[in-house]
Design a protein around this ligand. Structure first.
Ligand code: FE2
Length: 362
């Protein structure tokens, strides 16, 4: 599929882009909308056509890159990119698109049960952006690690959570491209499966400070613990201590409790292992139940890893569906002690390096 759209056939097609609310956009033609959830993708991402600024193409769900909020089908209705197309528009395809999107939009809350506090806003980074929050979920495929960029759109102050050494150039470029001022490269814990990018990013982006838990035993510019607040512009991340996977595990919670970054303490339908690095299943169970499951149901949870292609979950989902943490403490301990997982491939390199904020850190 490509962008076949010549200059607007219908003057009403030219409108404000629903994704950026700024750039003029022309809508693509030639596809039936029911197969789409997030139908507008910048042409620049198309491999079959040259980039054409201002044009957007439609993609079927099956060929979309993992969106920020890839979820099971019912949650597609809450995808941040499912914006109603701008009004007014008289083109038949766009009119049809409006009707279909409207149907999906309305069906979303019913599919998930009663509206939760926060409603659609709680599920939607796009809504966050409307509040002035820039949010990007980045991925490193070898260790299946997620890195998160959060920034204040107004002040440009930014925080990176769990950067990966090999992706530091990508992250630094993104920070520069967006004109951001990276204040902190914060780790959720001393990782065993990859080397942190904190040390390298400090060199690439002078002024950036590395952050890790005081209990991790790792070197960093800023050692934090329960209750510490990391501010960036008008936003802030609250620190919750969630040990059990390691002693120094932290969960970072956005101040309005709409999203939290759980590291390896809680994964999507899983949790971090507890068989090395001071791991303790009893402690992890208490941490998750007291510090993460106590957040509002609608709070989005972003883990440090996912190995199944999922990108986000919520407190409500994990309280209902996590196959380990919905068990009793005794059952959880038995499960964790019986995992018999192989040793992480990079542990002998990664842990010593991460204790020094990444191998490149002086
Ligand atoms: Fe870990």
């Amino acid at each position: 599929m490509y962008c076949p759209v010549p200059p607007p056939l219908c003057p009403s097609q030219a409108a404000l882009c629903p994704l950026t609310a700024a750039s003029p956009v022309t809508f693509c033609r030639g596809s039936s909308l029911p197969a789409f959830c997030c139908p507008l993708i910048p042409c620049a991402t198309s491999s079959s056509s040259p980039a054409r600024p201002g044009l957007f193409r439609a993609l079927p769900l099956s060929s979309q890159a993992p969106p920020l909020h890839a979820q099971t089908p019912p949650l597609h209705a809450r995808c941040c990119q499912c914006h109603p197309l701008p009004q007014p528009c008289r083109h038949p395809l766009v009119s049809f698109a409006l009707r279909m999107l409207g149907s999906v939009w309305k069906a979303g809350p019913r599919a998930l049960g009663p509206p939760m506090s926060g409603g659609l806003r709680g599920y939607c980074a796009r809504a966050g952006q409307q509040q002035g929050l820039i949010f990007r979920q980045l991925f490193e495929p070898v260790s299946a690690t997620y890195t998160y960029l959060l920034a204040d759109q107004a002040t440009k102050e930014a925080v990176l959570i769990d950067p990966v050494l090999e992706k530091a150039p990508r992250d630094a470029k993104l920070v520069k491209d967006l004109g951001l001022n990276l204040l902190y490269a914060a780790n959720t814990h001393c990782h065993a499966d990859h080397i942190t990018g904190s040390g390298v990013l400090k060199r690439m982006l002078p002024g950036c400070k590395s952050v890790i838990s005081k209990d991790s035993g790792a070197r960093a510019d800023l050692h934090i613990q329960e209750g510490h607040v990391i501010k960036f512009g008008k936003f802030a991340l609250e620190t919750r201590s969630t040990p059990g996977h390691t002693d120094g595990c932290l969960t970072y919670v956005l101040q309005d409790h709409s999203m939290a970054f759980t590291g390896d303490a809680l994964l999507i339908r899983g949790c971090g292992r507890t068989d090395f690095q001071q791991g303790c299943p009893q402690t992890l169970y208490q941490s998750v139940h007291s510090k993460i499951f106590s957040l509002p149901d609608h709070c989005l949870l972003y883990p440090a890893h996912d190995y199944t292609g999922q990108s986000v979950t919520s407190v409500k989902e994990e309280k209902q569906l996590n196959p380990r943490l919905t068990k009793t403490l005794e059952e959880f301990v038995k499960i964790m002690n019986g995992l018999n997982l192989p040793k992480p491939a990079q542990i002998d390199i990664a842990v010593p390096a991460n204790l020094k904020c990444g191998i490149q850190d002086p």
